[in-house]
Design a protein around this ligand. Structure first.
Ligand code: HEC
Length: 155
């Protein structure tokens, strides 16, 4: 009677141990699954060599002009190259001259009608670059005449 009770106890202990091991294995499996789910890149083979397939835009600047695009060199040049040469040539940008408001309006127009993306916190840089380097030329009025040698009309 006593021994069968002990036997039962041992069986329960054994079962208890098996359940613990089973839970442990399930825990490890869940952890592994979550790890892979959160880091899918661990499964994908890494290419031996990373080939950068971005079309080469050289950063060569000559006489203050970015050679590959024709943009004037200045603060924000990189952002402008990255955001403003994807759909049309840089020439469409450089042949225009606008005030800050004008550039913002052009950007809004492209965003509303031409699928231009949200420029986020780069917008300020871009607009400043454009308004600084492609500002309207205020040459509409004739410049004041100076150093004029008047002559007396002869009758
Ligand atoms: C998602 C595509 C796309 C991107 C990116 C883009 N544009 Fe445009 N943009 C257009 C289209 C389309 C036109 C109209 C082209 C045409 O009329 O041939 C245009 C026209 C223009 C024009 C001429 C507007 C006019 O009134 O004639 C200017 C200036 C211009 N873009 C400047 C920019 C600047 C600056 C950027 C960067 C902030 C930029 N674009 C980025 C699509 C884009």
């Amino acid at each position: 009677m006593m021994s069968s009770k002990n036997e039962f106890k041992n069986q329960v202990k054994g079962l208890y141990r098996k359940i613990l091991i089973a839970f442990g294995m399930i825990g490890i499996a869940v952890f592994g699954f979550l790890y892979i789910a959160l880091n899918p890149s661990v499964l994908s083979k890494k290419p031996e060599e990373t080939v950068v397939d971005v079309p080469e835009i050289t950063s060569e600047i000559e006489n203050g002009i970015h050679v590959a695009t024709g943009f004037v060199d200045g603060d924000g040049l990189t952002e402008v190259i990255q955001n403003c040469t994807n759909c049309h040539s840089a020439k469409l940008v450089t042949q225009n001259r606008m005030s800050k408001e004008g550039w913002i309006a052009t950007i809004r127009w492209m965003q509303e009608t031409q699928n231009l993306w949200d420029l986020g916190d780069q917008e300020e840089n871009i607009v400043n670059y454009l308004a600084t380097n492609y500002a309207p030329q205020k040459k509409g009025r004739r410049e004041a005449l100076t150093n004029i040698e008047w002559y007396v009309l002869k009758q």
